[in-house]
Structure formats: structure tokens, C-alpha cells
Write a protein that binds this ligand. Sequence first.
Ligand code: FAD
Length: 371
Amino acid sequence: MVNSLARQTQPSVATSRITGKNMAMHTDYQGREKVAAFFGAHAAAVDRCESDIRPGIRMLGELGLLDLGVPDTTQGRLASMLLVVEDVASACLSSAFALWAQRMVIDYLSSSDRPASTSELAGLRAGTRIGATAIAPAMRHVAGLEPVPVVATRTSSGVRLNGPINWASNLFDDALVAVPARFEDGSGMVVHVRTTDPGVTVHSAPDLLTLGATASSSVTLTDVEVPAAAILSEDLPGFVRSFRPTLLLIQSAYCSGLTGASRHHIGERLTGLNAEFTDDFAELAQRHDSVRRRLFDFAQAPHRSSSRDLLRLRLGAARTAGEATGLEATVRGGAGYVASSGTSRRLREAAFLPIQAPTEGQLRWHLAQFE
Ligand SMILES: Cc1cc2nc3c(=O)[nH]c(=O)nc-3n(C[C@H](O)[C@H](O)[C@H](O)COP(=O)(O)OP(=O)(O)OC[C@H]3O[C@@H](n4cnc5c(N)ncnc54)[C@H](O)[C@@H]3O)c2cc1C
């Protein structure tokens, strides 16, 4: 069965603000029906933590959908990746968030000037190895808000790491984790470690409002020896700069997918008393369309989009998802308040978006610097 949610995200044509040409907003991908059916069928079990996000990542890997646009984002390749993320998020934000992490780690490893072994990357691309990205502190560090808490010291074979990772997701056994660290002189770097490496302690995951199936928790690094081959970059600002466009676009895509799901459900219920919400729905639909237009436009040339435009897109995408899930709950009534309902799940999923780095506070702060 084709998930009806996937049908609402059909390709269309728009004029690119970047190239001025007509373009397909996004490129359909092979296996789209399978993706919609799989995540639609598993979302409730993932939400209840009866299953975790790994089968979904593996399934996307089998379909060859984890690395679209790596390393070449052109020709609609990154746009296709965003469409995959939207589709997954419209069914299950936990899975879409895990997909974001997996995809970013694939990006980091394949673009590094000291690439990890081919087998490491092959496992990540296939979804048989899980990738985690503890990148939030790097963004705060580079913005000058707070230094990265993990400290690196040089050794004869690479670096030794000590310090905490306050949050990361996908911290499954033997996952590969991208970790930012700083030297005493304040300069920064990014390395990868395994959750099973000596000195890496993954703390038990707390109960969460949602995302319980994403193995999200904290980590302590104690004298973790990292070989030089596992150093991804010794230029932290450059690293953040190079991945930020893709990172923000994928995050915006899962916000947009969640909005699309709520939009679909609201659209079916605007009769009777709910007709009062027709104007609210029209405004929401307009904002969602604007998010999607910019999302797929910027995906044509992510590095040519301005930071300001990307940050505004990410902020707008997250806020629109919050509004959409709130309106869905309003028009759905008591049935949406039942804990096991999709409506309540989407409300809880949307509650994560303002606190995901870059957080709403950070986004507003960054955007205020442009004024
Ligand atoms: C379930 C879950 C999964 C996560 N998974 C990942 C992941 O996979 N990868 C990843 O990189 N991160 C992950 N994170 C972390 C996330 O990206 C954010 O970094 C984190 O949620 C921010 O929360 P915090 O409490 O650390 O916020 P803080 O950044 O400490 O902020 C707390 C409050 O203080 C404010 N504040 C922040 N800085 C300042 C300042 N300088 N001055 C004044 N006020 C300030 C903020 O606006 C906010 O209101 C995850 C978080 C959660 C909850």
C-alpha cells in the first residue's frame, strides 16, 4: 500500500532563485513507495521503543538511499536525499533524526582529507554500521558561545581525548561517533571513535518525551586513544562551515516532513466547527509551501545559499512544524490526546525541534547578528 502521506510530496517545478532557471523542486527516488510503507508501518512501535531505528537505517541502506548527494550534491542528488528525509519524517521523526545523523557521518568521512577505511564508509553507506554525530558543541564553539568540552592532547600516534559529550543520538553498540574536541590552545578538531573503544563510556539513556528508540544519551571519554587515521579535520571552523549547509537542509527537511503529515491530517478535518480553522490552515499551508520551495531551491547549490537564508529556513521550518502539530491536535480533538495516537506522537516529536542544535535560541541569536 502506498502511504497517502508520501503522495502529498510530489515533484513540481519552480524557478530557482539561485540559478534563475526552471527546475524540478526535487527528484523522485527509486523505492519511494517502500520507504513510505516501511516507516508508516513501524512508526508506532518505534515510538513505543518496541523497536529501534536500526532496521529503518538498514532498509534505507539496502535501497541505496543513505548517501544521495555524497559527495556531489548537484543534479538534484541532495534534493532527492531531502525528499527521502521528508518522507521518513512524515511517518516517524525518530527515524528521520537518526537518518540525519547517519547521513552527516557519511558526509564527514567521505569528505575528509584523511578518509577512514573504505570498509568503515561502506558499512555506513549500507546501514550496517550506525553513525552518530555529536556535533552540537562544535557549532557552539565556532559561534563563540561556549568551548567544546572534550579536550585533546597530542600523542605519538594521534590524540588522546578526555571530557563529556552531553548529548548524542544513535549511540548503539559499536556505532561510529564523530566527536569535536579542542586543544589547550583553543584550536579545534574532529575525530571519530567507536562507542566500544576503550575509555568510551556511553551512559544509560534517559526516558524521553520521544526519540526513545534513537539511543540518545551522554558519553564520557576517559583517555581515549585516537589514531591519526581517525582524525577527520584539524580545522574546526572550516569543518563546521563545510557541513553546515547540508546539515541545516536535512534538518529543515525533517521539519518539513513532519509539517506535511500534520497538514495532511488537518486538511481532512476542516468541516463542521473545524471550518473555523480554514484561514489558519491556509496560512500554514502557505508557510509550508514556502519552506519546501526554499528547501529544494537551496539544495541545488547549498554552498551558494547565504548563511542567513539557510538559518532562516531552518528556523521557519521548525516553527512551522510546531504550529502544524498544534493545529492538528486542535482539530483532532480528544482522539488526538490519546497517548498512542499519531497526533500526540507528532506533538511530542515537534517539541524536539526548538532544542535540537542549532537550537531556536541559537538560530535567533545568529540571525540577530545580521541586523
Ligand atoms: C534527545 C536528544 C538527542 C540529541 N541528539 C543529538 C545528536 O545526535 N547530535 C548533537 O549534536 N546533539 C544532539 N542533541 C543535543 C541538541 O542538539 C542540543 O545541543 C541540546 O538539546 C541543547 O540542550 P542543552 O540543554 O544542552 O542546551 P544549552 O545549549 O545548554 O541551552 C540551555 C538554555 O540556555 C540557553 N543558552 C545557551 N547558550 C547560552 C548562552 N551562551 N547564554 C545564555 N543562554 C544560553 C539556550 O537558549 C537554552 O534556553 C540531542 C539532544 C536531545 C535532547
